[in-house]
Design a binder for this molecule. Structure first.
Ligand code: UDP
Length: 325
């Protein structure tokens, strides 16, 4: 089996490459290295079963050529991170909707099974937790940039389901919830790599708002084990699945735990949202997935806990900082 993985040099993409290679499959990575890094997959090159193509998912002839050489596609290429989304709104909307349009058209034309990665952001600021795949979505106004990401991802889902109905495209959609692990960078705003880097340097941990908002963090390895299994299951086609964890923690409690695990030298600094992000930002208070559907389909349950994630990220940040000096 040969997979095309768009965004394969990114944080999640690179772990997914490792996963499919470990299953004995081959992979063609298409990535424009805008947020991904070749370093993330360089160690996979020597095996001879991974090939890298530098290019964009918005380049239809290139995507067509890549898709034709593969048996199935996992589409991960996307703008990522709240900070990037807020600072580069045009790029966010264009790469998400435009890139997915190209990928889905190619897959529909050549009848390639495709997995589309969407996001828990599509639930918006719904307060009805846990979030079930069929639940209503609650969006803020179009003047608040954060919602462009949620709406773009929702359009991707609509388009995928439309191709499934009209063209019998074999497509499965996953909504990823706060995926974390080695190789994730804090550069685009993600909280765990940021807290860990701050804790290791003995700097204050910047908790946004009152810190009482909660998240459930999922180890990237749990996520990448689930994706090929869903894509391989014909009964999953035309469906949406949450992929996440139900270990819920406040951001304030997360900060305390990171301080403990990184040597206890840091303190917490509370930063108001208006200072943390440009104006026009809404944060979600709780984000908790209902995992009934994916558990029933492929028996999914996350195996790693928050402390496993934190230990792995701390080791990774230490390794990277040592390599940079
Ligand atoms: N956050 C924080 N300090 C930071 C970065 C993020 O307190 O330095 C908060 C952020 O406001 C949100 C949570 O941590 O409530 C998770 O943020 P992240 O960007 O990792 O993911 P999100 O869930 O917002 O997509």
């Amino acid at each position: 089996m040969r997979y095309l993985i768009t965004g394969g040099a990114g944080f999640i993409g690179s772990h997914l490459c490792e996963q499919v290679l470990s299953l004995g499959d081959e992979v063609l990575v298409l990535d424009d290295l805008s947020t991904g890094r070749f370093d993330n997959i360089a160690h996979l090159e020597s095996g001879g079963r991974m090939r890298f193509v530098l290019g964009s998912v918005n380049d239809a002839p290139l995507v067509t050529e890549c898709a034709r050489q593969c048996d199935a596609v996992m589409h991960l290429a996307s703008a990522v991170g709240v900070r990037l989304i807020i600072e580069q709104p045009v790029r966010t909307i264009e790469t998400i909707i435009g890139g997915t349009d190209v990928v889905l058209r190619c897959c529909a034309r050549y009848r390639k099974p495709v997995l589309l990665t969407s996001s828990s952001e599509v639930y918006g600021k719904s307060e009805k937790v846990p979030f079930r795949e069929e639940d209503d979505r609650v969006m803020g106004p179009t003047t608040h940039r954060r919602w462009s990401y949620a709406c773009a991802k929702a359009m991707d889902e609509f388009l995928a389901l439309a191709h499934h109905t009209e063209h019998r495209l074999p497509v499965v959609i996953v909504r990823l919830f706060n995926t974390v692990g080695p190789r994730q960078t804090g550069q685009y705003g993600m909280v765990i790599p940021r807290f860990v880097a701050q804790g290791l340097r003995g700097e204050p941990l910047t908790v946004y708002g009152d810190g009482k908002q909660t998240r459930c963090f999922t180890h990237v390895r749990d996520v990448v084990e689930a994706l090929p299994a869903l894509l391989a299951d014909p009964a999953a086609r035309g469906h949406i699945y949450n992929v996440g964890s139900q270990e819920e923690i406040t951001i304030e409690a997360l900060a305390h735990r990171v301080i403990e695990l990184t040597g206890g030298r840091s303190r917490i600094e509370y930063v108001p949202y208006e200072k943390a992000y440009v104006q026009g930002f809404d944060d979600m208070r709780r984000r908790l997935p209902d995992l009934t559907k994916i558990h029933a389909r492929i028996g999914y349950a996350p195996k790693r806990r928050l402390d496993d994630i934190l230990r792995d990220v701390i080791a990774d940040v230490r390794r990277r900082e040592a390599a940079a000096t």
